[in-house]
Design a protein around this ligand. Structure first.
Ligand code: PGA
Length: 264
């Protein structure tokens, strides 16, 4: 079953717009057993969207956050703890997104502490790792360093509770010249992730870990990223903010034989 994670980033700007976007997606897709979708809005909309989601009671649709702090509570101005997120209905947390690494100076040490805190609170971490240059083939080694440090001190059993996303920085739609990776590049990245995971945690745990691809995913290309044994889902940024486009993507992955230009 494919996992589709919607990363709304710092969008939209009002609670009304967030509710509308969420409702359009949840009412448009109906019940499905073939996909699992996680919408990750800004923190401030979680509570309202959780209420909407409880009313709709769609099993396949869950909520997640885009970050969290590593401590449970205390003097950490501006921060949000895993437990707070859980109490607002979040079940997943995106961690280590390249935008946080780049603009907020988030280090691997911080990400490691956040992963541990999420696991303790029984939230599913969605760890993002990725290389920064499309041309420099050696760059993929950055992923080894990120995985080694971000997953330090975890057991094979804990690894199975974590989702890893291969998100090359050069493929993010808002990066300069950002264009989706080819399916071949995405599979190569996912395979490399599994290689490093198998060295760290053993083959069995590596094979059981879900690996997603993220970077300019839309309804037209999503299916090609998951039609292999290496990638179990996608992380979607820009396209998740357009309800019709995102619904098309969900339907396409829930029903791979659906007509691509099926009217919604
Ligand atoms: P994108 O963003 O789908 O707009 O490329 C993905 C992400 O950065 O999470």
């Amino acid at each position: 079953m494919s996992l589709i994670v919607a990363n709304w980033k710092m969008n939209p700007t009002t609670p009304k717009a967030a509710q509308r976007l969420f409702s359009q997606v949840s009412s448009g897709i109906g019940e499905t057993k073939d996909i699992e979708a996680v919408v990750c809005p800004p923190f401030v909309f979680l509570s309202e969207l959780n209420q909407l989601n409880s009313l709709n009671a769609l099993d396949f649709l869950k909520l997640g956050a885009q970050d969290c702090f590593w401590a449970g509570k205390g003097p950490f101005t501006g921060e949000i703890s895993p437990l707070m997120l859980k109490n607002l209905g979040a079940e997943y947390v995106i961690l280590g997104h390249s935008e946080r690494r780049q603009y907020l100076g988030e280090t691997d040490e911080m990400i490691n502490a956040k992963i541990k805190a999420c696991l303790k609170a029984k939230l599913v971490p969605i760890l993002c790792v990725g290389d920064s240059s499309r041309e420099d083939k050696e760059d993929i080694a950055q992923i080894r360093q990120q995985l080694t440090e971000d997953l330090k001190g975890l057991s094979a059993k804990e690894l199975k509770k974590i989702i890893i996303t291969y998100e090359p920085l050069w493929a993010i739609s808002t990066s300069p010249g950002g264009k989706a990776a080819t399916p071949k590049d995405a599979v190569k990245g996912a395979k490399y992730i599994r290689l490093v995971l198998s060295e760290m945690f053993g083959e069995e745990a590596s094979q059981k870990t879900r690996v997603l691809y993220g970077g300019s995913v839309d309804s037209g290309n999503a299916f090609q990223f998951i039609s292999n044994n290496e990638i179990q889902g996608v992380l979607v940024g820009g396209a998740s903010l357009k309800p019709n486009e995102f619904l098309k993507l969900l339907r396409r992955l829930a029903n791979p034989t659906i007509e691509l230009n099926h009217k919604i």
